[in-house]
Every structure is written in C-alpha cells, then in structure tokens.
Design a protein around this ligand. Structure first.
Ligand SMILES: CC(C)(COP(=O)(O)OP(=O)(O)OC[C@H]1O[C@@H](n2cnc3c(N)ncnc32)[C@H](O)[C@@H]1OP(=O)(O)O)[C@@H](O)C(=O)NCCC(=O)NCCS
Length: 203
C-alpha cells in the first residue's frame, strides 16, 4: 500500500482553498461531456469554463495533496460555471460562438426548476471504488441542508448504470425517465433518468 493510501480523505469547499489550482480547474471543467456538441472536447471545455468556475459550488476530495474527485452543485440559480460570451466568441467566432453560448444558457436554464441540483460528480480512475464519491455525496447533502433544502435532485444518463447504482445505494430514488424531448430531436441530448434524495432533518 502506498503512503498516501493511509492518509484520510478530506472534502473541501472550493471557495475555502487558499489559491486557485489549475489542475483542479481542469478536472472540474472536464465534466459536461454530454454537452460536447456545444462545448467541444475536454481541452475546449477547459478554455471555455475554467476561468468561470464558481468555487462555492464545488466540493473537492483530497487524499494528502492529491485531488481525487469533485462534486459540483447548483442552487439559488447559481451553478459551478458562469461563463460570459467572450470565451465562446474567442473560441468559435462571433456567430457560431453566439449560437453555442445561447445553447449553453438554454441547458443551464432548463435546470433552474430544481431546488438543489447535483450538477456533476467525478472521481479519477485510480481512486474509484474507495468510497470517494460516497464521501462527496455525504458532504453535498450537508451543503444542501445548510442552504435550506430538504432534497437533492440530479439527472443521470440512462446508459450510465454505474452512477445509477451509486445513487441508488446513496438513497436516491428514480423519479422519472426524461425521454429525448423536442430539443433532443434537434440536438444530440441524451435521455436521462431524474433521481431524488430526500434529506432527513439533522437531529
Ligand atoms: C460514478 C463514480 C462517480 C463513482 O465513484 P466512486 O468513488 O468509485 O464511488 P464509490 O466508491 O463511492 O462507490 C460506492 C458504491 O457505488 C456503486 N458503484 C460505484 N461505481 C460503480 C461501478 N463502476 N459499477 C457498479 N457500481 C458502482 C457501488 O455500489 C459502490 O459500492 P461498492 O464499492 O461497495 O461496490 C465514478 O465511477 C466516476 O467518476 N465515473 C465517471 C463520471 C460519472 O459517471 N459521474 C456521474 C455522472 S451523473
């Protein structure tokens, strides 16, 4: 066993970090792969989103100095990213950048009817199956309670059975499957399962 495997897992709110860490920003911006047709590949998502991270909407898991994963969430209409039009224009030009920016804003608006929404969850491959996501979710529930919510909601792709198993184990129940809707007929949005976890009040 390596030395770092003995170190305790720590979950930290991004806004509490002493300084911005580029590697963490890269990891967080690597999410949203289902929106690759709007936001481009991983390198492109980094250029569009990494400078626009709302660090108070991100929990980061560490073991020692190593970042193992993150959970990102949204509430009060503020999620983990608030990019302006500028990076989209620089990346794709005024017209195509404008269209992609508009689509991104539409996808963000679509989630606004959720109260507390789990926006993203990712654990690096070498750290999987060690309870990191479970710990991130436990801390996310704490953030939701603190913000005054009694439930956490999420969307997970129908084909992502691994994540669905994790969420079920963590007390989420399936609310409905959202089939590909009118927007999805025009654009390659994946079908998603909506899940909900009710939070018991803290004793
Ligand atoms: C899904 C993901 C976050 C799980 O992270 P993790 O740290 O490995 O999860 P945990 O160790 O806390 O797993 C807890 C439980 O969830 C379930 N689970 C997690 N990963 C699983 C997998 N690949 N296959 C089946 N069940 C899985 C298991 O029941 C597991 O318990 P066990 O380890 O005792 O079998 C991780 O695989 C990941 O980052 N995947 C890519 C990104 C992704 O799909 N995110 C979800 C988007 S909605």
């Amino acid at each position: 066993m390596t030395e770092s495997a003995h170190e305790a897992l720590r979950i930290v709110l991004g806004s509490g970090l002493p300084e911005r860490d580029e590697a963490i920003a890269r990891l967080i911006a690597s999410g949203r792969s289902s929106l690759a047709f709007i936001l481009g590949d991983e390198a492109c998502r980094y250029r569009l989103l990494a400078r626009a991270i709302n660090w108070d909407r991100v929990l980061i898991a560490y073991r020692g100095p190593t970042v193992l994963g993150y959970a990102a969430f949204k509430h009060h209409r503020r999620g983990p990213f608030s990019p302006g039009f500028g990076p989209f224009r620089d990346e794709f030009g005024r017209l195509r950048g404008g269209a992609r920016y508009l689509l991104f804003i539409i996808t963000e608006c679509r989630e606004w009817y959720y109260g507390f929404y789990l926006y993203g969850l990712r654990v690096i491959k070498p750290a999987r199956h060690q309870g990191v996501a479970t710990a991130l979710l436990t801390e996310t529930f704490g953030q939701a309670r603190q913000a005054g919510y009694d439930r956490v909601e999420l969307e997970v792709q129908v084909k992502n059975q691994n994540a669905q198993q994790l969420y079920t184990q963590q007390g989420f129940v399936r609310v409905r499957t959202t089939p590909v809707n009118w927007l999805g007929r025009l654009l390659p949005f994946p079908a998603v399962v909506n899940m909900r976890r009710t939070l018991k009040p803290q004793p």
